[in-house]
Design a binder for this molecule. Structure first.
Ligand code: SF4
Ligand code: SF4
Length: 161
């Protein structure tokens, strides 16, 4: 993905990319984005990964930076939590746009389909851990956290093979 300081030559970019994203369910309102950054401010992934910016990804799509976006690991970081969509004043559905990007990345051969399966496994694991933490986190037991750690380590060990 291009750095913030890199010059973008729009004429050399693939301007059909934005139209392709907008044609997919959920991508319709991408044109409405006015780069306010509200989505970044409320994004839990942006808090742990400062380089992750829904606003930046949308600008890159609109500038037609197909290769940079679809080959970036950033499109797999999204937690699909819909906080950005809920807060966006323009009702840009960035969460579903991320689904579209993943679909286009696999379809376009930018990433192996197995990556999607692995991300699905991680999503299920994190959702299950989150559910257990909410359910039992207030019960104080260190045992619960030890169990979660073992579960995560076992799952990540399986993913690394
Ligand atoms: S909150 Fe909406 S309008 Fe603002 S930058 Fe994000 S997607 Fe664009
Ligand atoms: S859906 Fe993705 S981009 Fe939107 S707030 Fe959640 S993690 Fe961030």
């Amino acid at each position: 993905m291009a750095s913030d300081k890199e010059t973008i030559v729009v004429n050399e970019q693939d301007l059909s990319f934005a139209r392709e994203v907008a044609a997919q369910p959920g991508g319709e309102h991408i044109w409405r984005c006015f780069a306010c950054g509200t989505c970044v401010a409320g994004c839990p992934m942006s808090e742990v990964e400062p380089g992750y910016s829904p606003r930046k990804i949308i600008r890159q799509i609109l500038f037609g930076m197909r290769d940079e976006v679809l080959s970036s690991p950033m499109i797999w970081y999204c937690l699909i939590c819909y906080r950005c969509y809920a807060r966006c004043p323009q009702k840009v559905n960035f969460t579903d746009i991320m689904r579209v990007l993943r679909y286009l990345a696999v379809k376009g051969g930018y990433v192996q389909a197995s990556v999607m399966d692995r991300c699905d496994s991680i999503d299920k694991l994190t959702n299950s851990v989150r559910r257990e933490l909410v359910k039992r986190g207030f019960e104080s037991g260190q045992d619960a956290f030890d169990q979660f750690r073992e579960k995560v380590e076992a799952e990540l060990g399986g993913l690394a093979t």
